[in-house]
Design a protein around this ligand. Structure first.
Ligand SMILES: Nc1ncnc2c1ncn2[C@@H]1O[C@H](COP(=O)(O)OP(=O)(O)O)[C@@H](O)[C@H]1O
Ligand SMILES: Nc1ncnc2c1ncn2[C@H]1C[C@H](O)[C@@H](COP(=O)(O)O)O1
Length: 227
């Protein structure tokens, strides 16, 4: 019996990994996809034509970057829809608007007009049949010091040279965002409770929780449909 069957995880599941920059989303995405034999949907950092420019000048590039991310994520959503699920997704589309665009607008590094244009586009895109909400959003959390250490150690120069206050504000916004998030079921996991780098088996307790959560929420959805 494979791990997907062992933990009763449906093969059409869509699982999204959320959390602040550097917390460990990509690592978790790879580990879960490997264990479940699911496909992955990643944010492409190396080929993003705006990201470095954005870190050098938020005001000039924040709108361009948000539109770019939105287009990329929408293409990924469409792909997930067309395959009929079976995906682990690195970062949710909800974070683009709920964290990044909002933060830059509220800090004055995105204009009101640009923010409204972006929000209109976002709302129009998300309200289409191509947009399957995930079965589960796994929220990775940990101490700010550990997150900062991981950003430093990963070594993307544009992130290392960004002021710590930027990461601190993002960290705090994430806490607030997740406490108010209700678009799909959430599983919160603390990064100090597992170590995917050193202990191969540490993915299994996570799979067990995922299976339990998805079973529960699908039963709930089935009951709602009958009502
Ligand atoms: N469980 C872990 N223990 C130690 N380091 C980790 C762990 N998970 C990820 N990392 C490291 O932290 C850094 C950021 O991880 P990554 O998965 O790229 O985060 P994200 O996708 O959230 O930005 C990487 O250098 C990665 O190797
Ligand atoms: N929507 C976004 N706006 C600004 N910056 C973003 C957005 N989505 C991702 N990013 C940045 C943050 C990091 O520098 C890279 C990749 O994120 P990661 O959390 O490391 O996967 O892109």
């Amino acid at each position: 019996m494979n791990l997907r069957e062992k933990y009763h995880i449906p093969n059409d599941s869509i699982i999204t990994i959320a959390g602040t920059v550097g917390v460990g989303k990509s690592t978790m995405t790879n580990a879960l996809a490997d264990a479940l034999k699911f496909k992955t949907s990643f944010e492409k950092v190396d080929t993003n034509p705006y990201l470095e420019k954005f870190y050098a000048d938020f005001e000039r590039w924040s709108f361009h970057l948000q539109v770019y991310f939105l287009a990329e994520r929408f293409k990924e959503q469409k792909k997930i829809f067309e395959y009929g699920g079976g995906f682990i997704q690195d970062r949710s589309i909800y974070e683009d608007t709920g964290i990044f665009a909002k933060m830059h607008y509220e800090n004055g590094t995105m204009s009101k007009t640009d923010y409204e244009t972006y929000k209109n586009l976002f709302d129009a895109m998300v309200m289409t049949p191509y947009f399957p909400h995930p079965d589960l959003l796994i929220y990775l959390e940990g101490s700010f010091d550990e997150v900062l250490k991981r950003i430093q150690e990963r070594g993307r120069e544009m992130e290392r040279s960004t002021p710590i206050s930027y990461w601190e504000e993002m960290y705090n916004r994430y806490e607030n965002w997740i406490n108010n998030f209700n678009a799909c079921p959430i599983l919160r996991i603390n990064i100090s409770d597992y170590d995917l780098m050193k202990e191969e088996n540490s993915v299994e307790p996570i799979l067990e929780k995922i299976g339990h959560f998805i079973q529960q929420s699908r039963r709930w959805e089935a009951r709602e449909l009958i009502k």
